[in-house]
Write a protein that binds this ligand. Structure first.
Ligand SMILES: Nc1ncnc2c1ncn2[C@@H]1O[C@H](COP(=O)(O)OP(=O)(O)OP(=O)(O)O)[C@@H](O)[C@H]1O
Ligand SMILES: N[C@@H](CCO)C(=O)O
Length: 321
């Protein structure tokens, strides 16, 4: 459960008094997520999500995230809409943290994605990439290749507590990725964290995308690589080729890959695996005292990384060249 910051009743009451959303009926910490503190806020106007932004969110990035949700929603992507207070502001301060209220989306995330879910998410990702065109703000991806070494350096001396030899394995991978990372591929706004727990389905249909707090400008195919890793592997660490093919086909149907993107995908998948290995490793070693959070397993991403090291081309992901 991710609730890092508790909210006092009087603070909540004065925060909500600035909005036209009625009076508070209940506020419950949400037992999911690891990044921010999320609450289900029910008022007599209905359910909302109240988010307090925590450590990994730079407050200067919040206008990008809020503006992006508005932009994408206006172009047909089903995502939370920031709720504005009477002064027209979507961002405020609550319990000493930057805070926002967004609309509540119906649906549930899928614990065990099937190939049809993967096909749907591929299509939705491509739609998101197209809908992101024309968004006027930009945000550098702080967790792309040039952010990995500084992150590793903050965890390196304790990495072998998680698994003997892990630090050396990561160091070798970093060297390789820094040398071979692509310098130009089609780019635009990416979600960068579109895991199953950030995608809702309702009655078997994709019903919404959430959690835009890693969104940034980067290679579009890197976002595909993030999804490939998050949606298409089995619990035992093996790739499910049927799911991978479904995800990539769902994407291509909406936005065909360029040959350069296809050629780069195995490397992008390695980079994406390393990115989540590193953030999970750091979080595993640095759980804040008293926080209600279950850190995620870094080694799941080491297994994915090792798989991609064996991949020669996208036929390993079920695509026919
Ligand atoms: N707009 C929304 N509508 C409905 N439920 C939501 C909404 N936003 C968040 N939630 C609920 O809160 C949970 C955590 O939200 P979110 O994924 O944004 O948190 P996070 O801490 O940033 O998580 P993550 O670890 O995925 O980065 C979601 O799994 C979902 O149950
Ligand atoms: N989706 C991330 C957590 C949120 O950044 C992970 O599974 O590591």
């Amino acid at each position: 459960m991710a609730v890092y910051t508790e909210i006092a009743d009087d603070e909540l009451a004065s925060f909500i008094a600035g909005y036209d959303i009625g009076t508070v009926l209940s506020l419950k910490g949400i037992a999911e997520g690891v990044e921010n503190s999320n609450y289900l806020l029910v008022t007599d106007a209905g359910p909302h999500i109240l988010t307090l932004y925590e450590k990994r969110v730079d407050p200067d990035d919040l206008p990008f995230f809020i503006g992006l949700m508005d932009h994408l929603a206006s172009r047909g992507i089903i995502c939370p809409l920031p709720v504005r207070n009477r002064e027209g502001e979507a961002l405020g301060t609550l319990a000493g943290r930057p805070a926002a209220i967004v609309t509540f989306l119906q649906g549930m995330w899928v614990r065990r994605p099937r190939a049809d879910h993967c096909f749907a998410i591929g299509g939705a990702l491509a739609q998101l990439h197209i809908a992101g065109e024309g968004f006027e703000l930009t945000r550098r991806n702080a967790l792309s290749v040039d952010g990995w070494r500084p992150l590793f350096e903050r965890a390196a001396d304790r990495a072998d507590e998680v698994m003997p030899g892990l630090a050396a394995d990561i160091a070798g991978e970093l060297d390789l990725l820094e040398q071979s990372w692509p310098s130009s591929l089609p780019h635009g706004v990416i979600h960068a964290d579109l895991f199953p727990d950030n995608v809702f389905f309702l009655h078997e249909e994709l019903s919404g995308l959430i959690d835009f707090y890693f969104a940034c400008n980067d290679f579009l195919a890197y976002d595909v690589a993030v999804c490939l890793n998050a949606w298409c592997f089995e619990a035992d660490g093996s790739l499910n080729v049927t799911k991978a093919r479904a995800l990539l086909s769902g994407y291509q149907k909406v936005r065909p890959f360029t040959p350069e993107e296809l050629a780069a995908l195995p490397l992008l998948a390695r980079g994406s695996a390393l990115r989540f290995l590193l953030t999970r490793l750091y979080d595993w070693l640095n759980v804040p005292p008293g926080a209600l959070v279950a850190p995620k397993d870094p080694l799941e991403y080491l297994r994915k990384l090792r798989f991609h090291r064996t991949v020669k081309d996208v036929s390993a992901y079920g695509l026919i060249l």
